[in-house]
Design a binder for this molecule. Structure first.
Ligand code: ZN
Ligand code: ZN
Length: 360
């Protein structure tokens, strides 16, 4: 489970930040340490959405289509990054994604933007996704010159360029949107620990990830983990790159080690009922990879299961209900979800053996 905290969170908020900066809408980009998600007015967002959907009928159609494509593209990435067997399946993923990239490259052709001559909302998630692929596999766009030029063109838009050069720009996983917003430091901390355990996959983000992990573990009372990652940050190659805001605090955590730590709660494996940590995604007993909840990232459990009515990804029922008290949208597909439409799933098999399901 390498990438959850990172990809998913960037996937949610980042295209919107880019878009709002592009059109110059003022919004408060409340950062991680305040513990809240970026805020902007709904009206501002709607007016943005309505002006950047293409100018000609063809552009409008292509913009729509590419928004859909970007969503599919993103779901593929999210599935990959949530997967416990990331290392094993990533080669397959990158082999298969070539086809997709080739199609996108051909579709873009020599147009400046995906829908045509005018930039539209589909270009923002497309940029974000292509950039993520570049981070995961440097050089991946070398065979797709149109896509490579698109990324460059996007980054050179004056407003985007200025934004990326500013310290408002979130290049790292510093915004654990859902978990921190709900004041639930424990969940955020557990997620970050899993990301930090795979830190070698994020070579350019080691220091910010470890920093978030130390701070969040400390807040959650996971003092031993906080201490271990703080000690790691004291290595000479990292030490000088720690954000000055946190440096003193981290040094103090190392100087006064506190090894108290609450054990993670255990829940049943949905396949074999073995009791395992709630964030584990591989059962040590039956060796199955466990489907994860799109709200918490924890493995699903038999007696508290639901699925998003729009995208059908599974989730822990009680957690999804809780989420809908403060959010309106599905964390996976971003569709608006009405609480009453959330049903408890009684036949869990469909989610345990998705490959055996019928094609709709
Ligand atoms: Zn099991
Ligand atoms: Zn959904």
């Amino acid at each position: 489970m390498p990438a959850l905290g990172y990809w998913k969170i960037r996937g949610l908020a980042q295209p919107i930040r880019l878009l709002l900066n592009y059109v110059g809408e003022e919004f408060d980009d409340v950062q991680y340490e305040q513990g809240d998600a970026p805020e902007f007015s709904r009206d501002a967002w709607l007016s943005v959405k309505n002006t950047l959907v293409g100018k000609t009928p063809k552009e409008k159609v292509d913009c729509d289509m590419m928004v859909e494509n970007a969503m599919d593209f993103r779901n593929g990435v999210v599935r990959l990054c949530y997967n416990k067997d990331y290392e094993k399946i990533k080669e397959d993923y990158f082999a298969n994604v070539k086809d997709k990239l080739r199609q996108f490259d051909a579709f873009l052709g020599d147009k400046p933007w995906f829908a045509g001559d005018n930039i539209t909302i589909c270009d923002f998630p497309m940029y974000e996704l292509l950039d993520q692929h570049k981070l995961m596999k440097p050089g991946i766009l070398d065979d797709y010159p149109n896509l490579a030029k698109f990324v460059e063109r996007f980054e050179n838009l004056p407003k985007i360029k200025a934004y990326m050069a500013s310290d408002k720009f979130m290049a790292g996983p510093i915004n654990n949107k859902i978990h921190v917003k709900r004041g639930d430091h424990m969940k955020g901390a557990r997620m970050l620990i899993r990301v930090a355990n795979n830190i070698s996959k994020f070579p350019s983000h080691i220091v910010p990830i470890l920093t978030s992990t130390v701070i969040e573990c400390h807040r959650a009372g996971l003092k031993n983990s906080s201490f271990s990652y703080a000690a790691m940050l004291m290595r000479p190659e990292y030490r000088n790159n720690i954000d000055l805001k946190y440096k003193k605090k981290i040094e103090m955590i190392v100087r006064k080690p506190d090894k108290t730590e609450e054990e993670e709660a255990l829940t049943s494996c949905p396949y074999c009922s073995f009791q395992l940590p709630e964030t584990a995604l591989m059962c040590p007993e039956c060796k199955n990879n466990l489907p994860y909840c799109i709200v918490t990232g924890r493995h699903i459990v038999n007696d508290d299961l639901t699925a998003c009515p729009k995208c059908d990804f599974p989730a822990i029922f009680s957690e999804f209900i809780k989420l809908l008290e403060t959010e309106e949208n599905c964390p996976m597909c971003s569709e608006k979800i009405i609480k009453e439409n959330l049903q408890k799933v009684t036949d869990i098999n469909k989610y345990l053996h998705p490959e055996e399901g019928t094609i709709e």
